[in-house]
Design a protein around this ligand. Structure first.
Ligand code: GLN
Length: 544
C-alpha cells in the first residue's frame, strides 16, 4: 500500500447519495471524485452500499442488474465496482461492496451463535452497527473513503444505510466527513424552464434523516444558469459555489472528472474538509479523452450475446472497447447482436460488414447455435475473433464440429453427448448450492512463447479473473491439438486451458477468463488493444 500523504492517516469519508430518480450516474460521479483525489496525490478507495437483500448480485439475472463484476479476491459484486476500478486504475476487493443481505446474514448468524447475549436484536443499533463497522474498516488505511449509497433517498430499503451515514458523519465531524448529494434538474420543454423542485424535495427527504448535504451535484441536460444555482443553494442550505453541474457527457464518461475539475470541485472538497488545495494531474486523462473525442480511424465490431437488449449486461466489455479504441486512436462502433437472431439464413447479411467479432460470456442454452455460427463465419472469413468465457467454449465446440469432425461436439452445460469437448470442472461437480460457487476471482496462467496471446501481453505469466463452472475437456485435448488448435495458455499446473488460438488466421483468440474486468482507462487491456489493432488492419485492407 502506498504511503498516505496526509500527516497522520485520519481517514476522511465522502458519502454520496442520490435523489429524484435512479440511473443518474452516481457510480461515475463517485469514480470521478475518486480519480481527482487520487491524482491530487491521496490514497483513495471507493465503497458501494447496496440496499438489496441478495447477498451478492451473483445469482441475479443480467437483465435485472446488469453485469456481475468479479474482483481479484473472487467477490461477485455490483457493476459500479467496475467503474471505480477503471477510473482509479487499481483493484478493489470484497470489502468494497456491502449489501443489505450480507449485513443481515452476519447479524442473524451472530444472533444464532448467542453473541448478542440475550438482547433484542434490532435495526438500530445492530444492523446500523454492522454497516458502520464495514464502512469504518478502512480507517487509517486510506486518506479518503468514498461511500456510494445505492438506490434513491426515500426508498425504504436504504434507511439503515442513511442512518449509518448520519451517525458516522456525526461521530467524525465536518473535518472528516462530507455529504454529497446527486440530484436531477429537469428541463421542461413546453414551458422552456429548468425545474428545481425535485431537487428541493430530495434534499428535504435527506434532511429528514438528519443529513445535510455539503455539496450538490446537479445532473441536467446542460449547464445550469447562475440564478438556478443560487435558487437551489438558497432552498437547500448549500453555498452557491457548492452547487456543481453534471451536464450529460457529450462524448464519454471519462470527461466527467475533467468537468468536475474545471468547476473546482476538488478545491471545494479540500476547503470543506480543511485540507490544502492541490491541483490534480489529469494530463494523461485529457489525452485519453481527446482521442475518444476525435479519433483518426474507425472500426465496426460485433458484440454477440444473449443479453444485448440491456447494455449494462456487457458494461465492462463495452468500456474495454472504449479504452482500446482510444489507445489505437480509433472509434470502435460496437454492434450488439442477439445470438438468438443469428440463423443459417441471415448470418452473412448480419456479419459481413464487420471488422471484428467478439462472442461474449453467458449462461444457459439459448443462443448457443447463433454464437457458433458467428464464430464459424469469423474463422472461415479471416475476421478477427475474440471469444470470452462462453465465447471461447463455443469456439472450441465450433472447431471440434467442423475441423475435428466431431459432429456431436457440445458443452455438457447444454447437452450431454459422447463428445462433450467442454465439460464441468471436477471441483464444480461436488457443489450443489447456487451463489458464489463458481471458479471465481484472479488465478495465474502461463503463456507459451511464440503465440499471439504472448505477443499481446509481452509476458509469460499473467493473472486474470474468472467466473465459470465449465472448461475444455482434457480428454479431447489431443484431438483438438492434432487438428491445429493452439493452447496458448494454461493454468500453471497445465490442467486447465486458459487461452486457445488459431494459426493461419489474422487474429482468433478465445479466453476462459474475463479480460474485460482488468481493462482500465488510459492503459486498457493487452488483448482488447491487440484485437482492435488487428480489426483496424482488416478494415484498412478492405478499403485498399
Ligand atoms: N457458462 C459457462 C461456464 O460456466 C461460461 C461462463 C461465462 O461465460 N462466464 O463455464
Amino acid at each position: 500500500m502506498s504511503k498516505s500523504k496526509l500527516k497522520s492517516v485520519e481517514t476522511k469519508y465522502i458519502f454520496i447519495t442520490g435523489g429524484v430518480l435512479s440511473s443518474l450516474g452516481k457510480g461515475i460521479a463517485s469514480s470521478s471524485i475518486g480519480l481527482l483525489l487520487k491524482k491530487s496525490g491521496y490514497t483513495v478507495t471507493i465503497m458501494k452500499l447496496d440496499p438489496y437483500i441478495n447477498v451478492d448480485p451473483g445469482t441475479m439475472n443480467p437483465f435485472q442488474h446488469g453485469e456481475v463484476y468479479v474482483t481479484d479476491d473472487g467477490a461477485e459484486t455490483d457493476l459500479d465496482l467496475g467503474h471505480y476500478e477503471r477510473f482509479l486504475g487499481e483493484s478493489l476487493f470484497k470489502c468494497n461492496n456491502t449489501t443489505t443481505g450480507q449485513v443481515y446474514f452476519e447479524v442473524i448468524s451472530k444472533e444464532r451463535r448467542g453473541e448478542y447475549l440475550g438482547k433484542t436484536v434490532q435495526v438500530i443499533p445492530h444492523i446500523t452497527d454492522e454497516i458502520k463497522k464495514r464502512v469504518r474498516s478502512f480507517e487509517g488505511k486510506k486518506d479518503f473513503v468514498i461511500v456510494e449509497i445505492g438506490g434513491t433517498v426515500g426508498d425504504i430499503e436504504s434507511l439503515p444505510f442513511l442512518e449509518s451515514q448520519r451517525q458516522i458523519a456525526w461521530e467524525l465531524g465536518s473535518s472528516r466527513a462530507l455529504n454529497i448529494h446527486l440530484t436531477y434538474v429537469p428541463y421542461i420543454k413546453s414551458s422552456g424552464e429548468v425545474k428545481t423542485k425535485p431537487t428541493q424535495h430530495s434534499v428535504k427527504i435527506l434532511m429528514e434523516h438528519g443529513i445535510k448535504p455539503d455539496i450538490l451535484l446537479c445532473r441536467a441536460e446542460s449547464k445550469l444558469h447562475k440564478d438556478i444555482k443560487q435558487k437551489i443553494g438558497l432552498f437547500c442550505n448549500v453555498e452557491e459555489e457548492s452547487v456543481i453541474d453534471v451536464p450529460d457527457a457529450a462524448n464519454t464518461i471519462y470527461e466527467v472528472p475533467l468537468a468536475f475539475k474545471q468547476q473546482g470541485l476538488h478545491n471545494i472538497i479540500a476547503k470543506k474538509l480543511g485540507i490544502k488545495e492541490k491541483e490534480p494531474m489529469v494530463e494523461e486523462l485529457k489525452k485519453f479523452v481527446e482521442k475518444i473525442r476525435k479519433p483518426a480511424h474507425v472500426v465496426d465490431v460485433a458484440l454477440v450475446g444473449k443479453y444485448v437488449q440491456y447494455r449494462d449486461s456487457y458494461k465492462s466489455i463495452i468500456e474495454s472497447f472504449i479504452h482500446a479504441g482510444s489507445i489505437n486512436n480509433t472509434r470502435v462502433n460496437i454492434h450488439l447482436i442477439n445470438s438468438e437472431e443469428i440463423t443459417q439464413e441471415n448470418f452473412v447479411e448480419k456479419l459481413s460488414f464487420l471488422d471484428g467479432i467478439l462472442v461474449g460470456p453467458g449462461f444457459g442454452k439459448r443462443g448457443i447455435e447463433g454464437k457458433i455460427l458467428a464464430i464459424n463465419y469469423a474463422r472461415t472469413n479471416n475476421i478477427p475473433f475474440f471469444g470470452i468465457c462462453l465465447g471461447m467454449q463455443c469456439a472450441v465446440i465450433e472447431f471440434a464440429r467442423n475441423i475435428c469432425n466431431l459432429k456431436d461436439a457440445h458443452s455438457s452445460e447444454f447437452a450431454k453427448t459422447t463428445q462433450n469437448v467442454i465439460d464441468m470442472m471436477e471441483k464444480q461437480k461436488k457443489i450443489t448450492n447456487m451463489g458464489g460457487t463458481m471458479r471465481l476471482g484472479a488465478y495465474p496462467a502461463h503463456l507459451n512463447k511464440g503465440t499471439l496471446a504472448y505477443k499481446a501481453y509481452g509476458s509469460e505469466d499473467i493473472s486474470e479473473r474468472h467466473r465459470h463452472r465449465y472448461e475444455v475437456n482434457n480428454e479431447f485435448r489431443q484431438v483438438l491439438l492434432d487438428k491445429g488448435l493452439i493452447f496458448s495458455a494454461t493454468s500453471p499446473d497445465g490442467m486447465l486451458v486458459e487461452i486457445v488460438e488459431l494459426p493461419d488466421h489474422p487474429w482468433f483468440v478465445g479466453v476462459q477468463f474475463h479480460p474485460e474486468l482488468k481493462s482500465r482507462a488510459i492503459t486498457g487491456h493487452p488483448l482488447f488493444i491487440d484485437f482492435i489493432k488487428s480489426s483496424l488492419k482488416i478494415r484498412k485492407a478492405k478499403q485498399n
